[in-house]
Design a protein around this ligand. Structure first.
Ligand SMILES: *[C@@H]1O[C@H](CO)[C@@H](O)[C@H](O)[C@H]1NC(C)=O
Ligand SMILES: *[C@@H]1O[C@H](CO)[C@@H](O)[C@H](O)[C@H]1NC(C)=O
Ligand SMILES: *[C@@H]1O[C@H](CO)[C@@H](O)[C@H](O)[C@H]1NC(C)=O
Ligand SMILES: *[C@@H]1O[C@H](CO)[C@@H](O)[C@H](O)[C@H]1NC(C)=O
Length: 475
């Protein structure tokens, strides 16, 4: 559940500076380094790569996906079983495709070469081109990885040359997309094909012929998404700038989703792939008739915010009731609504007594306009929070831990899909400053008296821009 990482913000982790070895994974011993050759070895069908055999792997496999991971990274551990399963499937289905992994904490040179700054980072290589790698843009479950890799082996789109071929194409699949480009050499075609390769839920075609433009009622270069042969949506981009990749992806995702999405394993992928940072979540117990009726009120408001806020419903009586916990909610709080911005990691509690179309609209607009104050939520302190070298911090215990003046506090920010570096919190430990630090995603608060010292300190403190890294990784 990906909100979980965000909501609390921040499953925070810290360790005492006095014991720097406590969290570092078994570091490579000199002897194992020496044993490395260009031989390709596998662990559970995943190639284990390092600087010595990396080139060999590139030469041997036409399509190679490489995961750069850190042994301590929770998201990497989550990915591992899916990655192994995908590796096994692909090895059987397509011998020229292989999945590989690199321990980025050991292979500093490789991770520098490929600009690895968060974990896991997945890079895709074709035809052994070491410099022309691209970022993995698919889902992180086994099926998603397999589909993304197989998709990379086909042409991104097919050309429909006649009106009847276009009509056939639209009928042949559930979700189809036709790119209309007058000029077969148009620069936006590359962008269109790149999007096509990364959004596997759709089938893509291109059309250049005037008669096809006419038939579908477009006069300029456009993209039409056919949710069904009858229901279509048109994207025309910007008159001067042409198409925008993120905009096109968002256009497809938003129109592909229902106006209100019920949260499930499957829809979670779409929710997070839509790249819309604002989510409005309705929590109801679907077996209660009165609460089901609220869904209708929620649904009425959704079209007003299409493209700006995703409307999601969570059944407190269903398999994803765990989401409640991450919002600090219990069954007694249901029905209720929460707003979260997953980029800024800000969350807002519903402020009206009744859930009506009007109160939902007012709340949603109020948050967007910055008129509603965010609230700091917390879950209960996990029982084993201090049993391991890396402590888990939640709102309720962070004061106690963060204010322990005998230790320096390192906060590890876990974002939606990747683990970031640790950031040392060195400032005055007041609740305000510390929560500011957390909500900002790791920007150390500026202390007026300490402005002068700041310059010196900046050299030692590495602040990662969590939000930009996240958006880059998320597609
Ligand atoms: C950490 O590990 C290094 C080498 O493995 C060792 O030299 C050092 O003494 C250790 N430090 C502590 C505080 O245990
Ligand atoms: C590798 O990819 C880069 C970037 O796409 C490209 O400029 C270069 O020509 C490619 N090299 C080969 C050998 O194909
Ligand atoms: C949902 O409502 C039903 C019917 O009133 C009740 O039996 C069930 O315990 C409720 N579930 C939760 C999680 O509150
Ligand atoms: C931290 O801030 C508080 C309140 O502004 C102040 O009273 C206290 O002296 C500060 N402590 C340190 C170590 O700067």
């Amino acid at each position: 559940m990906r909100w979980s990482h965000l909501l609390l913000g921040l499953l925070l982790a810290f360790y005492a500076k006095a014991d720097p070895n406590a969290t570092s994974a078994e570091s490579s011993s000199e002897s194992s380094r020496e044993e490395k050759t260009d031989e390709l070895l596998e662990e559970e069908n995943v190639l284990v790569l390092h600087e010595k055999n990396f080139d060999n792997a590139l030469k041997t496999f036409k399509y190679l996906l490489v995961e750069f991971y850190a042994p301590w990274c929770g998201h990497c551990k989550e990915l591992a079983p899916n990655y192994i399963k995908a590796a096994e499937t692909l090895k059987e289905q397509a011998p020229e495709v292989r999945l590989a992994k690199v321990d980025a904490t050991e292979e500093k040179e490789l991770s520098d070469e490929f600009g690895v700054s968060g974990y896991p980072t997945l890079r895709f290589f074709v035809n052994g081109n070491r410099t022309g790698h691209i970022e993995y843009g698919g889902r992180r479950d086994a099926e998603g990885i397999v589909r993304w890799m197989l998709r990379r082996m086909e042409p991104a789109s097919v050309e429909v040359k006649t009106v009847s071929a276009a009509e056939e194409f639209i009928k042949s699949h559930e979700s189809t997309v036709i790119g209309f480009f007058k000029d077969p050499e148009d620069a936006d075609l590359n962008l269109f094909n790149e999007v096509a390769l990364n959004t596997e839920d759709f089938k893509f075609a291109i059309a250049h012929k005037e008669e096809i433009f006419r038939k579908f009622g477009v006069s300029t270069d456009s993209v039409i998404y056919f949710k069904s042969p009858e229901e279509k949506y048109i994207y025309t981009g910007n008159e001067e700038l042409g198409f925008d990749k993120d905009e096109l992806v968002q256009f497809l995702m938003v129109n592909n989703m229902d106006i209100v999405t019920e949260y499930s394993d499957e829809t979670a992928q779409k929710i997070f792939a839509a790249k819309i940072p604002n989510h409005l979540l309705l929590f109801i117990n679907k077996t209660v008739e009165d609460q089901l009726l609220l869904l209708e009120n929620f649904r009425q408001t959704a079209p007003d915010f299409k493209g700006t806020v995703l409307f999601v419903v969570i059944d407190s009586n269903g398999p994803h009731a765990g989401v409640l916990e991450y919002f600090g909610l219990t069954n007694e709080d249901i029905p209720t609504i929460r707003f979260i911005n997953i980029e800024k990691v800000t969350k807002f509690a519903f402020n009206a007594e009744k859930i009506t179309a009007e109160t939902v609209r007012a709340f949603c607009q109020g948050v967007l306009d910055g008129k509603i104050k965010q609230n700091l939520l917390s879950e209960e302190v996990p029982e084993d929070w201090d049993k391991k070298p890396v402590k888990v911090l939640v709102g309720k215990n962070f004061e106690e831990v963060a204010y322990d003046e005998t230790k320096n506090v390192f906060v590890e920010f876990l974002t939606v899909v990747s683990c970031m570096q640790m950031i040392e919190y060195t400032k005055n430990r007041t609740v305000e400053l510390f929560s500011q630090f957390i909500d900002s995603g790791g920007v150390l608060p500026v202390d007026e008296d300490e402005e002068k010292m700041k310059a010196d300190q900046e050299e030692d403190i590495k602040v990662e821009d969590v939000s930009s890294e996240k958006s880059k990784d998320e597609l």
